[in-house]
Design a binder for this molecule. Structure first.
Ligand SMILES: C[S@@+](CC[C@H](N)C(=O)[O-])C[C@H]1O[C@@H](n2cnc3c(N)ncnc32)[C@H](O)[C@@H]1O
Length: 409
């Protein structure tokens, strides 16, 4: 059995969890500028944006940043994350802060178009890692862009990135290092016109979501602010399908999977999954916590049991161990380990993600689906096809409901 290729296709994808180039024409841009915030929300998201193409990138850079030096500096940032492979956040965080994902070019193009030359506007990217999106928002012409992240290595990378930028772009960028729930936000009160938050909400408990949407965001944002969030989708793991059919509002699942790690291969990353199970989890459990039990050590291709009492597991897990792992023989793996990992994963469908925003007084203007390479997917058969081709993330563009200040402050 070629474990390596099987692994890469199935496990890594699930574990980390045509081209109609359409630059906005100048009359559309003028209309946008004259109508201000009202027209930002109604701007269509384009079908596909190859932002490495200067003829698409240049029109979304600020009119003040049209020199060849500016365009090339912006292009270099695009190239860092355009269709990039996911990479672990931080050098010293050992994976605990998750992964950085490729840019969402169509969504970024939308934001850059909507906020082009908005010199009086302030943007904030929450948990933005090394801040390439934030830097591009400054290139689009937002007056100030704040990048927040808890990981010091990522903030350092952002500060180094800033040094490579033209001074008039760099001066618009600021970093706020630390836990977003603990940072000092007083200088931002009622000032932020735009929030970008990718792949962070699914790290949070309900209690933290409550704090974010009623304790922090309503205080720092303007009433017209746009909030753009994306989160992990359930569609990369078949095990969520039946649970979601029964409980479409569920966003929290207890997931148990049995993983094979081959020592020395791919830095000891798990490369094969014997089984995955998922069930709806009612309790407000920390999505970052997990338990890990070693079932077998593999030495000289021999399986050496590393647990004594399989009755400690639930009957369905016991059955899976007996049927999926025990009969297994692996000739081409000399050294390794088989583990059982249980954690609580949060994943959102466009519908139940929208519901959260609505619950806190926001109106969802648009939902979007993101594929493996970061591009927006127009419509996809959600549970069909190769895992890597499916919707990886879902997102929303939302605004506070304006006719009455429904924000729960
Ligand atoms: C899955 S990564 C996503 C990174 C980036 N937004 C992206 O989409 O590529 C989650 C990010 O959240 C950051 N993070 C985790 N907890 C945080 C917190 N409490 N406050 C601020 N950032 C946090 C991590 O350091 C990491 O950069």
């Amino acid at each position: 059995m070629n474990i390596t290729s099987y692994f890469l296709r199935s496990v890594l994808v699930s574990a980390v969890l045509t081209t109609s180039l359409h630059a906005m024409c100048s009359s559309e841009q003028e209309a946008l500028e004259s109508q201000g915030d009202a027209s930002r929300a109604s701007l269509p998201i384009i079908h596909r944006a190859d932002l490495t193409d200067q003829s698409l990138l240049k029109p979304v850079l600020s009119s003040s940043f049209q020199s060849q030096d500016h365009v090339e500096a912006a292009l270099q940032i695009v190239c860092r994350t355009y269709e990039s492979k996911p990479a672990f956040v931080g050098k010293s965080s050992h994976g605990k802060n998750g992964m950085k994902f490729p840019m969402h070019p169509e969504i970024l193009h939308w934001i850059m178009t909507a906020f082009r030359d908005a010199k009086e506007k302030i943007g904030l990217e929450i948990a933005g890692a090394s801040g390439e999106n934030s830097a591009l928002l400054a290139f689009a012409g937002l007056g100030e862009v704040y990048l927040n992240d808890i990981d010091p290595d990522e903030i350092k990378t952002f500060e180094t990135l800033k040094l490579s930028l033209p001074e008039d772009v760099r001066s618009r960028l600021k970093s706020i290092k630390g836990d977003f729930f603990a940072i000092e936000t007083s200088e931002l009160i009622d000032k932020v016109d735009f929030i970008l938050c990718r792949n962070f909400l699914h790290f949070l408990t309900d209690k933290q979501i409550e704090k974010l949407f009623s304790g922090i965001l309503p205080h720092i944002t303007t009433l017209e602010a746009h909030l753009i969030f994306s989160v992990n989708s359930p569609y990369t793991m078949d095990v969520f399908k039946s649970s979601l059919e029964e409980h479409p509002e569920a966003t929290r699942f207890k997931v148990t999977r049995s993983l094979l790690t081959i020592f020395g291969y791919n830095n000891d990353m798990p490369c094969h999954s014997f089984f995955n199970t998922a069930s709806v989890c009612e309790e407000d459990v920390d999505p970052l916590g997990f338990t890990k039990t070693t079932l077998y050590e593999i030495r000289d291709s021999n399986f050496i049991p590393a647990f004594n009492d399989i009755s400690q597991f639930t009957p369905d897990i016991q059955e899976l161990i007996k049927t999926k792992i025990m009969p297994y023989t692996i000739d081409d793996v000399e050294e390794g380990r088989i583990t059982l990992v249980t954690n609580t994963l949060r994943v959102y469908t466009p519908q139940n993600l929208s519901r959260i925003f609505e619950q806190y007084g926001l109106q969802v203007k648009e939902t979007f689906l993101i594929g493996n390479n970061g591009h927006r997917l127009d419509s996809n058969p959600l549970w069909e096809g190769d895992l890597s081709e499916r919707v990886q993330q879902v997102g929303v563009i939302a605004q506070w409901i304006k006719d009455k200040d429904t924000r729960q402050r």
